[in-house]
Design a protein around this ligand. Structure first.
Ligand code: SF4
Length: 376
């Protein structure tokens, strides 16, 4: 299924949900947005995960300067680009404005204001101290209240608990998918679809796992851990890696590990009576997300080092790391040279790949990736 087929099928899916009377709540794709609350309110959460070409970036320039990160530009662009393969965005009713980073706030505010979407607010603390956790809990309660005001009914604790359990199972399945012997483009396609549909595609994930659709990956492929910024729907970056002889075996990004590792331990899940406390607990344990300071760099380095050691033990192969930095993404660029140096000291090859989505960059990117894979 190509991306346009996926988008067209998703339009049908959303239309059906709207037909059932559900509202659609969209937000930019970063972690910490409690989609379970949206689900428990009877709404459909929609992550914006569309970025990868000039058209979407260019379509945003009436609203924000080109020095905004290319992903945030594209999130605005999907609402104004013509002709419109993203027509399902017409079905959005509400937009969450959150503060993952400055670009996220600016782009979300622009989208809510200029595309006439009712705004919901959800702000996330940057630290994990006692007070930060209390603040996060207050924000959860505030979002819950905003959703309840729309529906005119209270979100039941048990309904939210059920939703948390459902998403927990969903993330476990994605973890299993991540461990299958599929090549990078197959995994990425599944992750993209899963991030759009959510637990509605659990049976499909079960089938994939059951069939163990094992693709024989050439022993010659250079295995890559992709960290930094995600590869979104319609981006060609993974194609360049595969065309150069590489294969992404691990997506250490928001569309990937940063999402599905946030699984709540079964014991905690079964012992807890308060669903809001459970979501706060998950936020506290989300130690790898780039929204959290301090210790982001240390954790990232040790996580990649551990993965690399285990991978080599399991397969006898060394991994290389591509650190994908979307141009003007402060979160990823600010630490990139430290990340590279620290991993290099541990014997891990790293390519810091900073880029926007311009088609004109394709040749240059391809050359850099090929050179890196060759060097590995
Ligand atoms: S600056 Fe980075 S973290 Fe912020 S919206 Fe852009 S890609 Fe996401």
């Amino acid at each position: 299924m190509d991306n346009f087929e996926l988008l067209s099928e998703y339009y049908t899916f959303l239309k059906e949900k709207k037909g059932e009377g559900k509202k659609v709540v969209a937000f930019m794709s970063h972690d910490n947005i409690p989609e379970e609350l949206i689900d428990a309110a009877g709404f459909v959460p929609l992550r914006l995960i569309f970025a990868g070409n000039d058209e979407l970036m260019d379509a945003s320039h009436d609203f924000l300067s080109p020095s905004t990160c290319a992903f945030a530009q594209s999130c605005i662009g999907v609402f104004s680009v013509k002709p419109d393969p993203y027509r399902f965005l017409e079905l959005i009713d509400y937009f969450i404005v959150s503060n993952h980073c400055v670009s996220d706030i600016c782009a979300s505010e622009v989208i809510a204001k200029y595309f006439n979407l009712q705004r919901l607010n959800f702000y996330v603390s940057y630290t994990k101290t006692g007070n930060s956790l209390k603040y996060f809990k207050l924000e959860l309660l505030n979002l819950k209240k905003q959703l309840e005001e729309i529906t005119g009914t209270k979100i039941d604790n048990q309904d939210l608990m059920d939703s948390i359990k459902k998403y927990n199972i969903f993330k476990k399945k994605l973890l299993e998918i991540s461990n299958l012997t599929l090549n990078g483009s197959q995994k990425l396609k599944i992750f993209h679809k899963a991030m759009l549909y959510g637990p509605a595609i659990l049976p499909e994930l079960d089938n994939i796992i059951l069939e163990q659709s094992q693709t024989q990956i050439s022993g010659e492929s250079k295995d890559i851990l992709l960290t930094g910024c995600s590869i979104f729907i319609n981006d060609y970056l993974n194609d360049l890696i595969e065309e150069g002889g590489g294969n992404v075996v691990f997506f250490d990004t928001w569309v990937g590990f940063n999402y599905y590792y946030q699984i709540i331990d079964e014991k905690v899940l079964n012992a807890s009576k308060d669903s809001i406390d459970l979501l706060t607990h998950r936020f506290e344990k989300n130690i790898y997300g780039d929204h959290s300071v301090p210790n982001f760099l240390e954790r990232k380095v040790s996580h990649i080092e551990n993965f690399s050691i285990n991978y080599e033990k399991k397969t006898g192969k060394k991994i290389g790391v591509i650190n994908h930095i979307i141009k003007f993404c402060d979160h990823m660029s600010i630490m990139s040279s430290h990340l590279k140096n620290q991993l290099k000291e541990k014997g891990i090859y790293v390519l810091n790949l900073e880029r926007d989505y311009s088609r004109a960059n394709r040749g240059q990117l391809s050359t850099r990736i090929e050179a890196f894979l060759e060097m590995m």
